[in-house]
Ligand binder design. Structure first.
Ligand SMILES: Cc1cc2nc3c(=O)[nH]c(=O)nc-3n(C[C@H](O)[C@H](O)[C@H](O)COP(=O)(O)O)c2cc1C
Length: 141
């Protein structure tokens, strides 16, 4: 299987999550490509069996770079996706991600969210057990 992972991360949590996910997927002999929303072109993403999107909640919404990336996706009809959202408050932004991707006729396979703890700016605010949650997520892909 072949995976393209697109993420946005201010303090490194989403980056840490997707790097760990890619290691897990490689254990299944998958090919993975990790790109930031700035590195990837939403209109010409490389071919993949699955697309993974990972980003934070910011300003009571999905973080804006990821939001605009998803709005600009093109040619994704029928492609499968998994989504990851980190958030500091109680509400996650998975529904927003689903809404944007369903407009592109993409098909959801898996989702997972992580509430981050205090000291977000340290980049070490993921709560205990986050790796196990990603292990479960990876099994669905
Ligand atoms: C400017 C800013 C606004 C934020 N707004 C929200 C918010 O509205 N809701 C929320 O749950 N978390 C909010 N957060 C917390 C982020 O979700 C958290 O910093 C992020 O999940 C950490 O992931 P990252 O290190 O990959 O960016 C905000 C953080 C920042 C820096």
């Amino acid at each position: 299987m072949n995976y393209v992972i697109v993420y946005w991360s201010r303090y490194g949590h989403n980056k840490k999550i997707v790097n760990y996910l890619a290691e897990k997927l490689k254990e299944k002999n998958a090919e993975t490509k990790i790109l930031t929303t700035e590195e990837a072109n939403p209109a010409t993403l490389p071919e993949a069996d699955y697309y993974i999107f990972s980003a934070a909640a910011e300003a009571f919404n999905l973080q804006r770079n990821m939001r605009s990336f998803m709005k600009n996706l093109d040619g994704m009809n029928g492609k499968k996706y998994g989504i990851i959202n980190t958030h500091g408050m109680n509400k996650n932004r998975l529904k927003k991600m689903d809404k944007l991707l369903s407009k592109k006729n993409m098909i959801k396979v898996a989702d997972v969210d992580f509430k981050v703890g205090k000291n977000i700016q340290s980049g070490n605010a993921l709560m205990e057990g986050w790796e196990a949650k990603i292990d479960e997520f990876a099994k669905k892909l």
